[in-house]
Design a protein around this ligand. Sequence first.
Ligand SMILES: [Cu+2]
Length: 436
Amino acid sequence: MHYRCRKNQALLTAAEKSRFVNAVLALKANGVYNTFVQNHINAMTSAHRGSAFLPWHREFLNRFELELRKIDAQVTLPYWDWTVDNSGASSIWNADFMGGNGRPADGVVTTGPFAFSTGNWPLAFDGPRLRRQFGVSIGSLPTPADVANAMAESVYDVAPWNASASSGFRNRLEGWINGPQLHNRAHVWVGGSMLPMSSPNDPVFFLHHCFIDKLWADWQRTHPGVAYPAVGPAVGHRLNDPMSPFSKPGAPVRPADTLDHHAMGYAYDTEGLCFHIPKLKFIDDGGKLKFKDDQPKLKFKDDKLKFTDDPQQSLKFRDDVKLPALDQGKLPAFDQVNDPLGNVSNPGVLRGVSTGVAPFVLSTPHHSNAWVGASQQAQVQQLEQAMNEIAAILQQAQQAQQAQGPLGEAQQAQLQNLDQQLQSLDLEWRKLQGLA
Ligand SMILES: [Cu+2]
């Protein structure tokens, strides 16, 4: 399975930024962009202040991404992690990407590809000039702690399933609880054209909502089996309600159809699924192995590279640098190398091509991104395993208490100790995931 890989905008290359911008400008020029703005304006009640907030925008973004890829098949939606890139000085606002803040007097954006003065970006609604007023209506963007609070919600949504729901992941993330928070707060912080229902007028809308969608995907992964409400929410927001304007007779699009983003064809760069399998070829010219990739940009020329051939003909390549994840036989699960089509592949084995026999593991500093990701992934997995083990013991103890009455003092102390261990592992796990 190949996924379209959605990346953090801060990690995009200059070329990737310019391809994205050009595709957006092309959709503006051919009229498609404005239909997205119009559809969002029409979706006040069907897409906001309710359970379908996340499904509706997931579908909306997916359709936008597919339109971008009709222009340029390498383009995917980037996301803006405003907990990190949280000021007007962040590179997202540079003139080669989203352009900057509006001018003080009236908020009109005068820099970058979406400035009115370029002639390429007249707004059809609430325009004609794109406007931004960073930090004027609210002083700061959401923080990592705000995200962690949303991630800690254990159910998707609660009654009355609207902007006044006092808990639940959806309303916490949409940002009505003690609002404006999270989703709402980022709209308000950017200000200007990001405030009204025509907010997709500002292309940063899509990067913002892409991060909202990523947070939903993260939450879904950490809350497996938590249900989306089938009854309770208003019509249009329930699990099997058709969503307007996407649903067509015979081709319904319901929240149920958006719950698995992988099935929709994309993955986020932190999921370990954005993975490039180099097609390596190696040539033996009289005992001196040389490596080259099918794609000429990948080159393996490293003095420190050592290799051994074991009797089973499974070649192994080891670098001098010690790599724990590799030493445990784990393969890299995260690689920033892009293939030319912007596609990504499942994690898999790096394969040696020319012998056709043996998969081999190769480690060079050229792949340092992959190894960092792999060792981090391995740590996360180890932590999760340890946490699961402790949780199982605690659960057994609880069952024992229910069956046999209170435990002895020594056992209580042991359990308390385990509970503390669990909490510190959890903290470490959150840190690794960037949640703490
Ligand atoms: Cu919206």
